[in-house]
Design a protein around this ligand. Structure first.
Ligand code: KG4
Ligand code: ZN
Length: 350
């Protein structure tokens, strides 16, 4: 469905367009108020990490129940911190996918209720596109075109971002997503959930000298494969256990992280050069990885490529990134949602 020309023109002529954005696709209940796609007036994140840690990962049904408990207060807080009431809001945005169906439905139902009672347009946003837009909310000077390396718990891809709402897929993972590989390796070596940040921290004390036996690199391709290195780590750990030998968590973390970040960084930089772009933008939770940041900073500096990471708080799931993308979606595609909007566990990358 498209927004009416009359309402769109009214919004385009406004100095300040404020979007209230809701994100509940996994284990974070987050609501933000974002002005003109860039200015984050508030971004409240209620994390469920402590609740799921004891289970070693996110339990979908528990996540949904906790979203229900949190969402009203998080919304009230987000409006309060932005110094707004619902009357000051121009549109309601919500993540419709990809993610956990039950978790998404909580955000969608709440957003529909708000949009219906306040007669505001409802904007359905892809979580993946939101992760890219986290960079617009972090860097006021950033504009497409650029190459994006998307590295999250559910996705890994290289995208050519031609314009705000026009993306082309250059490469993707043929098996596990990179965040998923971090989380599985962390579990196997006993670091627990959430795996990525724990491996990142542990690797700082380790040596990158374990050579895991794997067929990993997909040469001459922008695609990735992470299941080989993940299995190689699991086999390495099992062999050590069978021999009754201790494993060194720090060395495994550092060696695994080296393989993965080398691959991500080299393919992303090659894509920027091959596509004749001058800017590389990182999106998604694994973008918080300190080794990936260090490696890409060095490589991009020596290649003369401008490099952007979202601010650390906007790397992982948050409402601000949804509010940012919603603005560009509304202005560029005029696309809004009906009240029959439903959740999608999988959405196309572009
Ligand atoms: O983008 P995100 O918040 O959720 C999805 O949309 O999937 O990403 C979560 C993923 C998890 O797999 C988590 O382990 C990983 O990002 N992650 C990290 C780091 N911080 C979060 N991976 C590596 N190093 C980190 N510092
Ligand atoms: Zn995410």
């Amino acid at each position: 469905m498209q927004i009416s020309e009359e309402l769109l023109n009214k919004l385009k002529n406004k100095e300040s367009v404020k979007i209230l954005a809701i994100e509940s696709s996994c284990d974070e209940t987050s609501v933000a108020v974002v002005e003109n796609g860039r200015n984050v007036l508030s971004n409240v994140i209620a994390s469920q990490i402590d609740i799921h840690t004891r289970f070693g990962g996110v339990v979908p049904e528990i996540a949904s129940r906790n979203h229900i408990t949190a969402i009203s207060n998080v919304t009230r807080q987000a409006l309060g911190l932005a110094n707004c009431t619902l009357d000051d809001i121009d549109a309601i945005a919500v993540t419709y996918g990809a993610g956990l169906l039950g978790a998404l439905l909580v955000g969608i139902s709440f957003a529909k209720g708000l949009a219906y009672m306040s007669h505001k347009p409802l904007i359905a946003v892809s979580h993946i596109k939101g992760h890219i837009a986290a960079n617009y909310a972090s860097h006021s000077d950033l504009k497409p075109p650029f190459v994006c390396l998307l590295v999250s718990g559910g996705h890994t891809a290289i995208l050519d971002v031609v314009d705000y709402t026009h993306l082309k897929l250059i490469g993707t993972t043929i098996d596990d997503a990179v965040g998923e590989a971090f989380d599985k390796v962390a579990r196997v070596i006993g670091l627990g959930y959430p795996g990525g940040p724990k491996i990142d921290k542990m690797a700082k004390q380790g040596k990158e000298d374990i050579e895991f036996r794997h067929k990993y690199t997909l040469e001459n391709s922008y695609n990735f494969s992470f299941s080989g290195i993940k299995t190689a780590v699991i086999n390495y750990v099992h062999k050590k256990e069978q021999k009754g030998e201790e494993i060194n968590q720090a060395d495994i973390s550092a060696s695994f992280q080296k393989v993965v970040t080398d691959e991500l960084a080299s393919k992303a930089v090659k894509a920027v050069k091959d596509l004749n772009r001058d800017t590389l933008v990182i999106a998604g939770g694994v973008g918080a990885n300190s080794k990936l940041q260090e490696k890409l900073s060095k490589m991009c500096e020596s290649e003369g490529i401008k490099l952007y990471f979202p601010s650390l708080k906007l790397c992982t799931d948050n409402g601000a990134m949804i509010g940012s993308y919603a603005y560009y979606q509304l202005i560029n595609t005029k696309e809004i949602a009906d009240l029959d909007l439903t959740a999608k566990s999988v959405v196309p990358l572009c």
